[in-house]
Ligand binder design. Structure first.
Ligand code: PAF
Length: 281
């Protein structure tokens, strides 16, 4: 497996791969890889000849109050895991190369970034779309794979692809869950085993919503009330940022569940902010 740290070298290698008629799959990550990331690499492997996995803890998507400095890192372990999942190239650019001192061009998706995560984290998506656009320009992928756990991110990126005409197929791969149902996330490492059990409240709440819809409930406020009760019952100190019912494609809020309803939630537990979601219908 090749490790590339320079943008110029990455661009050259991407051109060489394309010149050989091979397709490129890109899996952008912020490192500290878990099974969820590895499933994205395996998916990319099925879709493209050569898989590039990037590791870049993107400062532009963290607000000053967020956990950029504390964000877990394990480059050595990541490189091993990426190789064992079948990726041919790891791209690890330096922050100073991605955002040089005179950097001043940002990619912004307007409406889709105003709700859900965008309300709590107003500058987050601008950071995500800018780095992903930049990674697309550097690696020139045919396919890019993102996880369903960051569902709004995937919808925002799809819009960016359409609006800016990137000739890339975007794949959204299913959320990988730990044994009890907790969605895999690099931030889970902040929890003690007991806290990890309490963190299951997000999954239990989503399962409650899914069961209510299955048994005929369509009123989102009633479903939300039950979900709040499940969360506070399971983890009394949890602070709910939002529970939202939206259309899967447009992210428009819904009062009643309909076809293609997704429930998303963000909850703060023990100073860690977790997100999760589930398609309800
Ligand atoms: O989902 C993530 O890990 C990040 O938002 C991404 C897509 C790698 C951009 O930094």
């Amino acid at each position: 497996m090749k490790i590339i740290r320079s943008i110029k070298q990455m661009q050259r290698v991407a051109r060489e791969i394309a010149a050989k008629g091979q397709t490129i799959g890109l899996v952008p990550t912020m490192g500290f890889l878990h099974e969820g990331h590895l499933s994205l690499i395996r998916k990319a492997k099925k879709e493209a000849d050569i898989v590039i996995t990037s590791i870049f803890v993107n400062p532009a998507q963290f607000a000053p109050t967020e956990d950029l400095d504390k964000y877990p890192r394990d480059e050595k372990g990541d490189i091993k895991r990426i190789g064992s999942a079948g990726s041919e190239i790891v791209f690890i650019p330096k922050a100073a190369d991605i955002y040089p001192d005179d950097f001043q061009t940002w990619v912004t998706v307007a409406d889709l970034t105003q709700t859900l995560e965008g309300e709590s984290r107003p500058t987050h998506f601008r950071g995500v779309t800018t780095i992903v656009a930049k990674l697309f320009n550097i690696t020139r992928p045919d396919v890019a794979v993102f996880g369903m756990k960051d569902y709004q991110q995937a919808v925002v990126l799809k819009q960016m692809l359409r609006d800016l005409g990137f000739p890339i197929k975007l794949i959204i791969a299913p959320t990988v869950r730990e044994k009890g149902g907790l969605a895999m996330s690099s931030r889970n490492k902040y929890f003690t085993p007991e806290q990890r059990r309490e963190a299951l409240c997000l999954y239990y709440a989503l399962r409650t919503a899914k069961a209510m819809v299955k048994s005929g409930e369509t009123n989102c406020r009633r479903i939300e009330k039950e979900m709040r009760a499940v969360i506070s019952g399971h983890c009394p100190t949890a602070k709910i940022d939002y529970i939202a019912f939206t259309d899967l494609n447009t992210l428009k809020p819904l009062e009643k569940t309909a076809q293609n309803t997704i429930c998303s939630l963000a909850v703060r537990l023990f100073k860690v902010r977790l997100i999760d979601n589930m398609k309800l219908s």
